[in-house]
Design a protein around this ligand. Structure first.
Ligand SMILES: *[C@@H]1O[C@H](CO)[C@@H](O)[C@H](O)[C@H]1NC(C)=O
Ligand SMILES: *[C@@H]1O[C@H](CO)[C@@H](O)[C@H](O)[C@H]1NC(C)=O
Ligand SMILES: *[C@@H]1O[C@H](CO)[C@@H](O)[C@H](O)[C@H]1NC(C)=O
Ligand SMILES: *[C@@H]1O[C@H](CO)[C@@H](O)[C@H](O)[C@H]1NC(C)=O
Ligand SMILES: *[C@@H]1O[C@H](CO)[C@@H](O)[C@H](O)[C@H]1NC(C)=O
Ligand SMILES: *[C@@H]1O[C@H](CO)[C@@H](O)[C@H](O)[C@H]1NC(C)=O
Length: 801
């Protein structure tokens, strides 16, 4: 056994030891769902328990655009490089996990750091990237379900429901028996499709059909880090089959067929369907129910998806900040190649909001999606012993409808060794089980206890009967568990209930079943958890791009966990919240648009959706963003605004971007010349030029440092009536002056693409904050709007002092 092997064995055994600890912990306190374990693992990861092992052994050796047409030659060249480093063909073959040979060239292998350094020097190797683990964007929630999507039908019928488009979903796999994936009425599999239906545990060819036309799974990177997944307990399947539910949820949101009378235990009932019910699905399982997704696996999935021929890729995953550079982040690299081949890549923005600069998946070629609320609410009445009723929200289906329970405040039943404040927010292990047993517990959100999730676990393990959780106003109810009655209230109601408890000898409480209320909640609003800009990698690229529904979404779910627990009725729909849920909404809409505009580039489709996005809620008022405090939403919350699919069909003008523009952009980022050449598949010499980033032809203009007069150019392509006249109109950001030249654009049969300049001038000599405006081009029929975001700065802030 060589030293490398023994090292691998050692850390694998220590990892599996930790995994066992984690599982037994959750067994002590029965989890409300499989995702409890998933989340616990993610939490451990964030404490560094797992991450400390995650960097040393798997490396991605990235070699850019492939050099040979024949994939076999490409993989031959990878083996040669490794043989050179290992000194033998056999050792090379053993170390290699994947060879990437379709969309681009490279491989993933188990290496020592010195071997990795060695390989970095081999000609043709662009970069050796230590492997990272990425998270699914459900971290805020583990109760899920979805209702019929709230888009109006117009776009569906006009786009024939996405006929002809193939959506690839990178996630935890799929539950193929879900009604969402029946193939009645689906067209035949297109002859251009080159994907496969990869078999595995409880998944064979019969599980693919004319809806799920391809399915693959990727585990080598994951297992190289964490050891073999034990599937004997039915907790996971070594196949495309989804054990956690997340992938089934996102796939059915993007392209699920129609299901009458879907509901989560009677709540949110109605017609369920995906955004593009007639699109085909191709499943790439890269994330595992035991927690996380490996970057080596993700890159392999990108490679295959490009080869297979998907039209749209939907990836509700990513690594948290600090972000890797665009030439090191696997989602950025994989999506660059996909976009260069005309495949739109749609990703979630992350769930670390409402804080500034938390946005992830921020490369300009990615379509980055923020989450918004919809017009559905789940009011839940709380009756107190003083004959008063207050209203919170939850997903309470009424286990003991008419029963009053004793009610206590967490702080009043603190365990002797616990801090009272921690007990007031029901932090883990702070409650006295004797005193909590059989009672409803009131707790208040605190800085160390941001979500009700841990509070639920605390109350459950203390034997409490239910939880009333006072928190910042948020519409997300998906965190309520199945097994513990839980209702969320705001601080004012929390304070009222606390007063009642203090003034009463035997305070009691009763929950009334949750109702589903439609159309009476102001919406959309940007969700509290949705990650915010500015972009921490390239501040002149506005992120997120757009907002779409991602709060309390009902969609299909994998029944694996409830089947495992022999629950009487398996959970096949769940309500879930996260930017993970927003992403597949956009993926579905992109598939619809591709159906009617098959020749449009990913940038053109993105432009159509961004320039037609809405800034108003259903009452015509400005969309707001949840936060502390709630405020009017700005482009750092929702990019161009809230998606408006029907308008995007005929946007009038588009801001298109070609691969060569992205390459110039990469040059301006200061990345290694040869790295960029390799990505481009041609020798590129980066030329020094100014303002490249701000001049990238995005459907937005973001100037994060305006010191003096600055001219920005954009080019628009007319996709509306051939002879059109567009007039510019500007809503000026505070503190600057904005001039558009020319102020009118005349399109005809020869003038289809026209350039214009926007001149910005600071009016104040002050280090300002970001201010926001809009540039509109209007022809009387179309309104083509892009957001303007400008911050004035002093020439030299330091010197001024
Ligand atoms: C495939 O799986 C289905 C359902 O589990 C089973 O009925 C069928 O026999 C399997 N087919 C093959 C060829 O193994
Ligand atoms: C819809 O489902 C509910 C409960 O799940 C059931 O009571 C009702 O009869 C169903 N309606 C139809 C039309 O199937
Ligand atoms: C609550 O209302 C009932 C019936 O209306 C009444 O009998 C009871 O005294 C009231 N209790 C309190 C605490 O006001
Ligand atoms: C819990 O409360 C009971 C009753 O007041 C008390 O006897 C016991 O010591 C407490 N235990 C802890 C761990 O606080
Ligand atoms: C790019 O990086 C490689 C290795 O890090 C180095 O050898 C090469 O000179 C760099 N190229 C440029 C143009 O900086
Ligand atoms: C289109 O417009 C341009 C510029 O206004 C003009 O030079 C050209 O002749 C026009 N072409 C046609 C076919 O009208």
């Amino acid at each position: 056994m060589n030293p490398r092997d023994s090292c691998v064995c050692m850390y694998l055994s220590s990892i599996s030891g930790r995994l066992k600890d984690t599982l037994s912990l959750t067994h002590m306190a029965p989890p409300p769902g499989i995702a409890v374990t998933l989340l616990l693992l993610l939490a451990l990861q964030s404490y560094g328990f797992l991450l400390s092992f995650a960097s040393a052994n798997v490396y991605i050796v990235y070699m850019g655009e492939r050099k040979y047409g024949n994939p076999e030659l490409v993989s031959e060249s990878h083996h040669e490089i490794l043989s050179y480093v290992f000194g033998s063909k056999e050792a090379a073959r053993e170390s290699i996990l994947y060879t990437y040979k379709h969309g681009f060239s490279g491989f993933a292998a188990v290496l020592t750091p010195s071997q990795a350094n060695h390989i970095a020097d081999v000609p043709g190797v662009v970069r050796v990237i230590p492997h990272r683990f990425l998270d699914l964007h459900t971290t805020r929630s583990w109760n899920f379900l979805q209702v019929d999507s709230h888009f109006r039908n117009g776009v569906l019928s006009r786009c024939q429901s996405g006929v002809g488009s193939i959506i690839g979903v990178m996630d935890t796999g799929i539950w193929p028996e879900s009604q969402s994936f029946r193939d009645e009425g689906m067209g035949d599999i297109p002859s251009r499709w080159r994907g496969i239906c990869q078999e595995g545990e409880r998944f064979n060819h019969s599980h693919c059909n004319r809806k799920i036309i391809g399915a693959r799974w990727y585990i080598k990177g994951y297992e190289a880090e964490f050891g073999k997944i034990d599937t004997s307990d039915g907790f996971e399947f070594l196949s495309p089959r989804d054990a956690s539910g997340h992938g089934t949820h996102t796939s059915s949101t993007a392209a699920g067929g129609f299901i009458e009378n879907a509901s989560f235990m009677g709540l949110a009932s109605g017609l369920a369907r995906g955004g593009a019910p007639s699109s085909w699905l191709a499943i790439y399982k890269v994330c595992w129910a035991t927690g996380g997704c490996s970057s080596a696996d993700i890159l392999a999935a990108f490679d295959d998806a490009i080869f297979d021929g998907v039209d749209v890729l939907s990836a509700s995953l990513g690594s948290p900040p600090p972000l890797a550079s665009y030439v090191e982040d696997v989602v950025s690299i994989g999506s660059f190649h996909a976009v260069a081949k005309g495949i739109s890549v749609v990703c979630s923005a992350g769930n670390s909001g409402p804080y500034s600069q938390t946005i992830i998946n921020s490369a300009p070629w990615i379509f980055t999606v923020a989450a918004s609320t919809i017009d559905r609410a789940f009011p839940t009445a709380i009756s107190l012993g003083n004959n008063q009723t207050v209203v919170g929200q939850g997903l309470y289906t009424g286990m003991d409808v008419n029963k009053f329970y004793p009610l206590v405040y967490g702080q009043d039943i603190a365990s002797v060794d616990a801090d009272e404040d921690s007990a007031g927010s029901c932090e883990l292990g702070t409650l006295n089980g004797t005193l909590a047993n059989g009672k409803f517990v009131l707790c208040f959100q605190s800085l160390s206890q941001r979500s009700s999730t841990a509070a639920q676990r605390t109350v459950m393990s203390a034997g409490g009967a239910g939880l009333i959780f006072a928190q910042f106003p948020s519409k997300d109810v998906s965190l309520s568990s199945d097994s513990l009655p839980c209702v969320q209230i705001d601080f004012a109601i929390g304070t009222y209930i606390l007063t009642y408890i203090g003034a009463t000898r035997n305070p009691i409480v009763k929950l009334n079943p949750t109702k589903t209320l439609l159309e009476q909640q102001i919406s959309p609003e940007v969700a509290f958890f949705s990650a915010r800009g500015p972009n921490s990698v390239s501040p002149s690229v506005l992120k997120p791009d757009i907002a779409a529904p991602g709060v309390n979404i009902l969609s299909s779910w994998s029944p694996a966990y409830s089947l495992l627990q022999h629950q009487p009725s398996p959970v096949i729909f769940k309500i879930e919240s996260g930017t993970s849920m927003a992403c597949p909404h956009i993926s579905g809409i992109v598939a619809l648009l591709k159906g009617i505009h098959p020749t449009w580039s990913p940038a053109a489709i993105k432009s159509a959706l961004i320039t037609t996005a809405s800034l108003e809620d259903q009452y015509g008022q400005s969309i707001e963003a949840e936060g502390a405090p709630q405020k009017k939403a700005d482009p750092f919350d929702y990019g161009g605004g809230h998606v408006n699919p029907n308008k995007a069909i005929a946007p009038g003008l588009i801001y298109d971007i070609e691969t060569s523009d992205y390459i110039r952009f990469l040059c301006s980022m200061g990345y290694n010349n040869s790295a960029i050449s390799a990505i481009a598949g041609a020798s590129i010499t980066c030329h020094k030029s100014t303002n490249v980033q701000v001049n990238l032809n995005l459907p937005s203009i973001t100037i994060h440092e305006l010191k003096e007069r600055m001219t920005v150019s954009r080019t628009v392509t007319n996709v509306g009536p051939v002879n059109s006249i567009y007039i510019a109109r500007v809503q000026t950001p505070a503190g600057v002056s904005v001039k558009v030249k020319p102020s009118a654009l005349l399109f005809n049969s020869t003038a289809k693409r026209l350039e214009f300049k926007v001149v910005f001038r600071p009016l104040l000599k002050v280090a300002g904050r970001f201010s926001f405006g809009n540039l509109y081009w209007e022809d009387g029929f179309h309104v083509v709007r892009i957001p303007l975001t400008v911050r004035t700065v002093l020439d030299d802030f330091y010197a001024e002092a």
